[in-house]
Design a protein around this ligand. Structure first.
Ligand SMILES: [Zn+2]
Length: 58
């Protein structure tokens, strides 16, 4: 679907919380049916979490 093709490109911006409200809603709906984007978002979140935790644990 053409609309979903565009949404694939928003993955990085979504993970950084850099989308507008409308884009965020559209992308959240896309995430529910796109495992590829969901995987990227989860990995990005895990990565930024480890960046926050590492200085405390080290
Ligand atoms: Zn996607």
């Amino acid at each position: 679907m053409k609309h979903d093709e565009h949404l694939h490109t928003l993955t990085g911006a979504y993970a950084l919380d850099a989308l507008t409200g409308e884009e965020q809603r559209a992308f959240a709906a896309h995430l529910r049916r796109c495992e590829a984007c969901l995987g990227v978002v989860v990995v990005s979140w895990a990565h930024s979490m480890s960046g926050l935790i590492a200085p405390i644990v080290a």
